[in-house]
Ligand binder design. Structure first.
Ligand code: FDA
Length: 393
C-alpha cells in the first residue's frame, strides 16, 4: 500500500522547507524527501557559517533570468521584511553587514532551526536519507517510488536546487524531472564562483595572494564595486563572484583598481607638486601596501614622476583604471554558490510556480532559471518561491 500525501516536496533545502511549512499551515498533509543525511546543508555552510539570509534592499534587478519579469510577483508577495519578521519571531539574533545584508549573529543553524520548527508546527514531515527511484504521473497526481517505499500525492513540488557543490548533495535530478514532464531546461553554468587564471598571470599575481582591495569590475556592461581578493588559484572576493555570473568563457574583465580616484588627474597633479614622487608612492596612498608594492613591480613603474611624459601617465592611469584581465575559466560547480540557468520559467506560473500545462507540479528555488546576486538574494528567492508554491500546492 502506498502512503498518501497531499503534497510531496523533493528537496529539504531552503525553498523546500519554506514551502512545506506554508502548505502544512494550510492543513495539507506534507512530506519532504531528501537523499542527504541532513536537511538544509547549504543553509548551514552559507554566509561563512552565519547565513546571509536575506537582503533588505532586494529587488527584481538583483536577479538574472532569461525571463526577467518572472520573479517579480513572488518577490513582491513575500518580502525580505516578511522573512525578517519570521526570524525575529523565533528570537534569532541578526546583524546587518554590508548595506541590507542580514546575517545571523551566532550561526546559520539558527535559520535551519527556524525552518525545521516551522515545519514541525505546521505538521510537515521531513524524511532524510531517502533516494527517489522514479516519479510517475497518475490520474490523481503523482506516484513517487523511493528507496524505502511507494508514496502518492496530489501535488508534487520539485525543490532540489542546482548543481553547485556536489559534495553537499547537489544533483541534476530537478532538471531530469523537468525534462521527463516535457519542460525545457536552459543551459546551466556555475555562478558566484571564483575565476582561475592562465599560468603566466597566475604566476605574476602570486605575490598578491591573500590581498584584498576594493575595485570596480566591469563585464557586459554590468559592474560591481566591491572587494577583490587575489588567491593562490586566481581571483575571488565579492566583486569577482558577482561578475562571474555575467562572464562567459573568453570574455575579458575590466578592473578599476582605484574606483574613487580620477587617476590621470591625480598623477598629473602629483608630478607637478612632487616631481620626485613615484607611481609606487601614489599606489601606496590608495591600495593595501602589499598590493601596491607587488602591482607596481608587476608593471615595472620605476623612477620619479618627473621622468614620465603625459602619455606615460595616461598609460599608467589606463592600466590602473581599466586593468584588462582574461580569466582562464572559473572554479566551476565545485565551489560555485549558485547555478545559473535551469528550468525555463516561461512554462511556469509566476503566481504559484506551477507548470502551466500541469498545475499540480511545481518548481521552486534554485532549480529554476532565477539566480540572485551575492548578498542574501538567493535565499530571498528560495523563501519567496517556496511560499508562493506552498500557498497553492
Ligand atoms: P538547496 O540546494 O538549498 O536544496 C536542495 C535540496 O535538494 C538539498 O537538500 C539536496 O540534498 C536535495 N536534493 C538534490 N537532489 C536530490 C535528489 N535526487 N533526491 C532527493 N533530494 C535531492 N545564498 C544567500 O542568499 N546567502 C548566502 O549567504 C549564501 N551563501 C552560500 C554559500 C555557499 C557555499 C553556497 C554553495 C551557496 C550559498 N548561497 C547563499 C546560495 C543558497 O545556498 C542557494 O541559493 C539556496 O540554498 C537554494 O535553495 P534551494 O532550496 O533551491 O536548493
Amino acid at each position: 500500500m502506498a502512503s498518501e500525501y497531499d503534497v510531496i516536496i523533493i528537496g529539504a533545502g531552503a525553498a523546500g522547507l519554506m514551502c512545506a511549512a506554508t502548505a502544512g499551515y494550510r492543513g495539507r498533509k506534507v512530506l519532504v524527501i531528501d537523499h542527504a543525511n541532513k536537511a538544509g546543508k547549504k543553509i548551514l555552510m552559507s554566509g561563512g557559517g552565519r547565513c546571509n539570509f536575506t537582503n533588505l534592499n532586494s529587488t527584481p534587478a538583483n536577479f538574472l533570468s532569461d525571463n526577467p519579469h518572472y520573479c517579480i510577483s513572488a518577490l513582491k508577495r513575500y518580502t525580505p521584511q516578511d522573512f525578517l519578521e519570521l526570524v525575529e519571531r523565533h528570537g534569532v539574533e541578526h546583524e546587518e553587514k554590508a548595506a541590507g545584508q542580514l546575517f545571523c549573529r551566532d550561526s546559520a543553524k539558527d535559520i535551519l532551526n527556524v525552518l525545521l520548527t516551522e515545519c514541525e508546527w505546521a505538521g510537515a514531515e521531513v524524511r532524510l536519507k531517502t533516494s527517489i527511484a522514479d516519479v510517475r504521473a497518475t490520474d490523481t497526481g503523482y506516484r513517487v517510488n523511493t528507496s524505502a517505499d511507494t508514496l502518492t500525492c496530489e501535488s508534487l513540488v520539485v525543490a532540489c536546487g542546482g548543481l553547485s557543490i556536489p559534495t553537499m548533495g547537489a544533483t541534476g535530478f530537478g532538471y531530469d524531472l523537468a525534462k521527463q514532464f516535457g519542460l525545457s531546461v536552459l543551459p546551466t553554468r556555475a555562478g558566484l564562483v571564483p575565476f582561475t587564471l592562465h599560468p603566466e598571470l597566475k604566476e605574476q599575481l602570486s605575490p598578491l595572494s591573500g590581498v584584498s582591495c576594493p575595485v570596480d569590475v566591469t563585464c557586459h556592461n554590468q559592474h560591481f564595486r566591491e572587494p577583490m581578493l587575489v588567491t593562490h588559484r586566481g581571483l575571488s572576493g565579492p566583486s569577482m563572484l558577482q561578475i562571474s555570473s555575467y562572464w562567459q568563457p573568453g570574455d575579458t574583465l575590466s578592473v578599476n583598481l582605484l574606483p574613487t580616484q580620477i587617476i590621470h588627474e591625480d598623477l598629473l597633479a602629483l608630478r607637478q607638486q612632487k616631481p620626485q614622487s613615484t607611481v609606487a608612492h601614489y599606489l601606496a596612498q590608495h591600495l593595501p601596501k602589499r598590493f601596491a608594492q607587488a602591482y607596481n613591480e608587476l608593471h615595472g613603474w620605476t623612477g620619479p614622476l618627473q621622468g614620465y611624459k603625459n602619455s606615460d601617465l595616461e598609460q599608467v592611469a589606463d592600466t590602473l583604471g581599466q586593468w584588462q584581465i582574461k580569466p582562464a575559466g572559473t572554479e566551476g560547480y565545485r565551489t560555485a554558490e549558485v547555478t545559473l540557468g535551469g528550468v525555463d520559467t516561461r512554462q511556469l506560473s509566476s503566481k504559484n510556480m506551477s507548470v502551466l500545462e500541469r498545475p499540480n507540479l511545481y518548481f521552486i528555488g534554485e532549480v529554476v532559471d532565477v539566480t540572485g546576486h551575492l548578498g542574501g538574494h538567493n535565499f530571498q528567492w528560495a523563501w519567496a518561491s517556496g511560499v508562493a508554491a506552498g500557498n497553492d500546492a
